[in-house]
Design a protein around this ligand. Structure first.
Ligand SMILES: Cc1cc2nc3c(=O)[nH]c(=O)nc-3n(C[C@H](O)[C@H](O)[C@H](O)COP(=O)(O)O)c2cc1C
Length: 228
């Protein structure tokens, strides 16, 4: 586990970094197919609360699978359900399908597909396009990451809990717990959708942080490959 972010000036770095992220893409470049402009928001269908597999059946089907077929995108309604399961809004007050410490809602979900890198926006069940290029392989050390239809990368913005007075070591623990909850929700949603998935604790740290233009101080907690 990396704790580089446990340093002085963490909150300030996070704020500066967040501004960078919201302002638009930068960092490394990669030849990309024509795609949306950076900043474009793609609203996904908001999932209904019926249909799909029962929770016990989905639990019986949950497993790690790695033999992905290389598909480059999922239908919006499927992606909308998977991301909602990861960290979507499930109540009128904006609270999420996962618990977050002090209701901080500080878990960020990046989506890497064949077109580029997106940031999930829970309040809209939408994706903001960050940068073009097929960065899927850069999200893992194992070859199958490049063959998964999407790779989810869970990252924590530590400035949110720090602003609520949470000690930095507790933020790390809380973030890992939140990502674990999200990944299990995604695993169950994948079971219901007939998709494969595997959570990954390994990724090329510098390459992936550069690809994501990860704000200073943010911490990548977990990755998850999803596909057929
Ligand atoms: C914290 C954590 C990290 C993991 N990291 C990887 C990984 O980097 N690569 C991988 O192929 N599988 C990874 N896995 C998946 C495990 O190998 C898998 O869950 C385990 O073999 C049990 O199989 P099952 O999930 O089908 O029950 C990870 C699982 C966990 C919980």
């Amino acid at each position: 586990m990396e704790h580089k972010w446990l340093g002085a000036g963490l909150v300030a770095m996070g704020v500066v970094g967040l501004c960078t992220l919201l302002a638009g893409p930068g960092g490394a470049e990669r030849t990309a197919p024509a795609g949306p402009e950076a900043g474009v928001v793609r609203v996904l269908p908001f999932p209904g609360h019926d249909g799909g597999m029962g929770v016990y059946e989905a639990l019986a089907m949950r497993r790690a699978s790695r033999d992905f077929d290389g598909g480059e995108s999922l239908p919006d309604e499927v992606l909308g359900r998977i991301l909602w399961a990861a960290a979507g809004v499930n109540r009128d007050d904006g609270r999420l399908t996962i618990p977050t410490a002090l209701d901080s809602r500080d878990l960020r979900v990046f989506v890497l597909d064949g077109k580029g890198i997106w940031l999930y926006l829970p309040e809209k069940n939408a994706l903001r396009f960050l940068k073009a290029g097929d960065w899927r392989a850069a999200s893992g050390k194992q070859g199958f990451a490049g063959e998964a239809t999407v790779n989810l990368v869970y990252a924590v913005d530590p400035s949110v809990q720090a602003g609520k007075g949470v000690p930095l070591e507790a933020i790390a623990r809380n973030g890992a717990f939140e990502a674990g909850c999200a990944a299990q929700g995604v695993a169950l949603a994948c079971a219901s959708e007939g998709l494969k998935n595997v959570v990954r604790g390994s990724w090329p740290a510098e390459e992936l942080a550069a690809a994501l233009d990860l704000p200073g101080g943010w911490w990548i907690v977990m990755a998850q490959s999803v596909g057929k």
